[in-house]
Design a protein around this ligand. Sequence first.
Ligand code: ADP
Length: 535
Amino acid sequence: MDLISAINIAITITIFFIGITILFSSHKKISNIIFFIICFFFSFWSITDFLTDIPKFSLDILLLLSKLTFVGPIIIPALFLYFSLIFPISRREINLVHRLFIFIIPAIFLVSLPTNLIIRKIFILEPSEIYLSLGWRTGFESGPLYPFLILYAIIFLTIALVILGKKFFELKGVYRSQLKYILIGFSLTIIFSVFFGSVLPVFFNIYIFSKLSLISIIFVIFTTALAITKYHLFNIKIILSEILIGIIAILLLIQTLTSKYTSSKIINGGIFILFCLFGYYLIRATIKEITLREEVDRLSKMKSEFLSIASHQLCTPLTAVKGYISMILEGTYGKVSEKQRKPLENVYASNERLIKLVNDLLNISRLEAGRVEFNFEPTSLLEMVEGVVNELKINAEKKGLYLRIVKPSQKLPQIMADKDKLRQAILNIVDNGIKYTQQGGIEIRLNLEDEKIKIAIADTGEGITQEEIDKLFEIFSRASAGMQTYTAGAGIGLYVAKKFVEAHGGRIWVKSPGKGKGSTFYIELPININNKIKI
Ligand code: ADP
C-alpha cells in the first residue's frame, strides 16, 4: 500500500470516529444522527473507492464495488441539505412534503444504481491511461442518468450552502459562530479538493495527490463536529486518542492486507477487529469522562453562584438585625430591663454567629470562583491579634477561660497584608479555641523566626487526633470536637483561614498531643511577600 492510500484510509477512519463521537455526544438530537450518517456514508464511499482500485479483483466484483461507490455521493447531498435546514435551529417547520422532496431524488438514483442507468460498464485502464482518470486504475462508462446525478449533487449542495450562509447572516451569538465554523470548513474542503483534484493534475501534471481530493471533506466534517458540540466536547484529548487509534488501526490493517498466509491474515484481521472494538470503547469512555467533567464544572459554577447570591441576600437583613438589637441594648428605644437584656444578648450573639457563617460562605463562593481581591497594605500583626482578642474576650470570659497574648521579645516588623482577610483567618482560629475549650484557656504567642512571623494559638481544649488533623483544613470538614461541642458549625472556618493565609504566602498547621490534651494552631507569614498574590 502506498503512502497516499494510507493517508486516505487514516482520514477515512478518523471521519468515521468523529461521526461516532458526535453520535454518542447526544444520540437523541436529530442533527447529530444526520451528521453520523453523513460520516458513515462518506467512509463507505472512501473505502469502496479504495477497493475499486485494487487490480486483483475480477471485473464483476469491480463493477459491484464501483456501483457501491456511488451510494455515498447519492445520499450525502440530500442529507447535507436536510442538515442545513435543521442546524443549528430550523427556521421554519419542515413538513413531510419538504422531506419527500429532499429524499425522493436520491431514492430514484439509488433504485437505478443496480441497472446500467448510472454506470454502464467498467474497464481497467492501461497504465498509460491512468493519468487521464486522475490516478485511478478503474474507469467506467457512464449511463444516461449520470449527468443528472452530478447536477443533483451540485444543486443540493449549493442550496444547502445558501441556506447555511443565510442563517449565518441572520442569526446571532453562538449560532452564528457555529455556522461560521461550518462555512470555513466547507471553503477549505472546496479549496483543497480543487487544488488536489484539478489544479495539480491539470496545470502541473501531478496526479498522485488527486486521490486526496475526496478526503479533503475532513475539513468540513471536522468543523461541523466542532460546531455541533459547540466546540467544547472536541477537546484535544479525544482528538489525540482518535488519531492514535486511527494510526494503529491502519498499521494493523496494512499488516493484515499484506500477510502472505491465510492463517496469518485471519489472525491479523482478528487483532485488527479487536483493536477497533477496543478503540471504540476507549474513545467512548474518554467522551463520557469529559462530559461528566463538564457537568461537574457546570454544577460547581451553579453552586458557587447560588452561594454567592444567597449569602448576599442574607447579609443585609442580618446586619439590620445586628444594628437594631445593639440600639435596643444601648437604650435608644427606652430602658431595657435586666430580664429583657439576657435574651436580647443571646439574640445578638446568635446573630453574630450567623453573620460570621454567611461571611465564610461568601468567602468560599468567592474563593472558588477566583474572585477574591486582596488589598495589601503595611500591617502590624500584633495590633491585629490584639484587636481579635478584644473582640472575643467577652466570649472567653463568659466561659471562664483566659485569653492572653504573650508579647514577642523583640519588636515585630510590619508585613504586607490584606487586613480584613488575615484578621478573619486569625479570628476563626481564636474563635475555635474558645468554642472547643471548656477549661483553662487560650494563649497567643508571636515570634520572629528567619524572616517569618509565627503566631501560635494554643488552647487547653478538646484536642484533635492525628487522623482528624489530616483532613481538618478541607472544606466542610468537621472533627469530633465540632460534632460534639458545637453542633451548629459548618466546617468552613479553617478552610477559609487556610486559603487566606496561603494567599499571603504563609502556612497554617496544627499540632495536638491527642484527644483532651489541647491543640496549638500555627500561622506563619513571611515578612517580604509579593504584593500581587491573588487566588
Ligand atoms: P466548625 O468549627 O464550624 O466545625 P472549622 O473549620 O472552624 O469549622 O473547624 C473544623 C473542625 O476542626 C471542627 O469541627 C472541630 O472538630 C475541629 N477544631 C477546630 N479547632 C479546634 C480546636 N481548637 N480544638 C479542637 N478541635 C478543633
